[in-house]
Design a protein. Structure first.
Length: 180
């Protein structure tokens, strides 16, 4: 076992001991931390398997040419708009958005468009936007989206072009295997 793995294992063991001791002694903050983690873990167990099944179906059913047409190099600004629309329908937040982004990039989506998708998935999902509008008001929501979306697109375009110019390639399966 390498040093990093031992550190992670030690951290997990200390966390579990802390939560167990908190329940035994009645330490309220520790019980709250343990309960919050359990709720989060349950949420992940409900969402992530379904998302991975859908992403697997996307990998099998959607042709590379289709993704390249909608999100690829020749898509222009329509690719960013398509990424925003796709991100608006993403359920599960960035837990789902990152695997979808990897699938899009693997099928030929431009790096800048993938960044737009990730940014938009964090700020303009439809359920979140409706919830926000009901509490903060429609005017606030429209102003936030009107400011946020152009900033996400501009920063995605700049970052995507800069990384492509640098010859950046995201870590692939070979590199991940070699890191272990």
């Amino acid at each position: 076992m390498n040093r990093s793995c031992r550190f992670q294992t030690g951290f997990i063991v200390v966390y579990v001991i802390f939560v167990v001791c908190s329940y035994v002694t009645g330490y309220a903050p520790g019980k709250l931390i343990g309960g919050t983690f359990a709720g989060f873990a349950l949420y992940m167990v409900k969402i992530i398997p379904c998302a991975f099944i859908l992403i697997s179906l996307f990998e099998v059913w959607v042709r590379r040419e289709t993704v390249e047409l909608i999100f690829g190099v020749r898509s222009g600004w329509a690719g960013h708009l398509s990424a925003i629309l796709l991100a608006g329908t993403t359920i599960g937040g960035t837990y789902v958005a990152f695997p979808v982004a990897v699938a899009l990039y693997g099928k030929g989506a431009r790096l800048g468009v993938v960044f737009t998708y990730i940014g938009a998935a964090a700020i303009c999902r439809i359920p979140m936007t409706l919830f926000e509008a009901s509490f903060m008001g429609i005017k606030f929501t429209l102003i936030r989206l009107g400011v946020s979306i152009p900033l996400v697109v501009c920063s995605s375009v700049i970052l995507g072009k800069w990384l492509e110019k640098q010859g950046y390639e995201p870590i692939g399966e070979k590199e991940v295997v070699n890191l272990k």
